[in-house]
Write a protein that binds this ligand. Sequence first.
Ligand code: NDP
Length: 340
Amino acid sequence: MPPNTSIRWGLIGASDIAKTRMIPAMRALPDCQVTAVLSSSSSRAKTYANENGIPRGYQDLQKFLQDPEVDAVYISTTNELHATQAIAAANAGKHVLSDKPLALTLTDAEAMVATAKQNNLVFGTNHHLRNAVIHRKMRQLIKQGAIGKPLAARVFHAVYLPPRLQGWRLTKPDAGGGVVLDITVHDADTLHFLLDDDVEDVVARSAQQGLGQGDVEDAVMGAMYFRNGTLAMFHDSFAIKHTQTGLEVHGTEGSLIAKNVMTQEPVGEIYFCRDGVCKEVDVGPRENLYVHSLRHFNSAIRGQGQPFASGEDGIRSLAVGLAVKEAAKTGQRVSVKYHS
Ligand code: NDP
């Protein structure tokens, strides 16, 4: 695309995340416009378009994809719909940024990424956390050897699901509801990003602690074992009201302790600890996570660099999420299967 033309985004899904995070992020960038939205309901498409100042609302996917003023699509429908919509969009020549989990099966996720590749289009996964300066700084410190060999990680990603989001996530397993595909996939992506390592196998126990209905879990704890020997424990929940999130990585030469960092905001602190003394790390300027993600995606469309989280990253985090679900269901240790 020519450098001074805008990238025109179409939204697949009249969702909360598009409204609260992605539309503002698109508008914060000088080279982005939001031109269309697709909803399964024509009245919701119209209302959403009006309320969010979007020129056109569609109910029909094919008509939406024929809009010549859509260069790229951002997919944030419920999870069972991502694959069909991403494949149709890529076949219509649109670049695809899909929210996570990419799909409900590895086969579908692989087909999404492969279709974009076959059509020479950019495909990215909206794993926002690795876009945070805090996580980028932790990765840099780990790579530089500040903590020596990473031995252990601890992820505290238990939150209280806001009442406005207490819908399909808690009631619809067929839509990919449940805390594992919602939150654990983010843990998997963030740990992979920090450690540059893949999870070999997992153990897990899930539970219902007041919000999940039917078969849908609203809490999970477990452990991931990485190929280079790092052990990571995780606690993900929709039902915990009174604490903050956190992420720690402990190595042979030091520890990184990050507080309030598994969040959508560019907040939180990192402490570097050695011999029992902890000092706060200066992380520099803080950019909105979603703006950072979109900036990289737009540059990739212009032929410069890659999306900050690729399609392969989305497949990888889904693979870990599916293994955690299986481990919680069977009570067995489960090897992560990265290909269908
Ligand atoms: P929402 O529940 O807000 O939206 C999902 C779908 O629900 C929409 O596409 C819409 O369907 C339908 N919907 C929304 N409002 C209504 C309504 N009032 N009545 C009937 N249907 C409605 O989901 P989220 O925004 O929370 O999540 C969407 C996706 O984004 C998921 O894949 C999730 O995992 C991901 N996500 C990612 C985050 C991140 O930071 N990376 C954070 C939050 C979510 P339609 O489009 O047909 O109108």
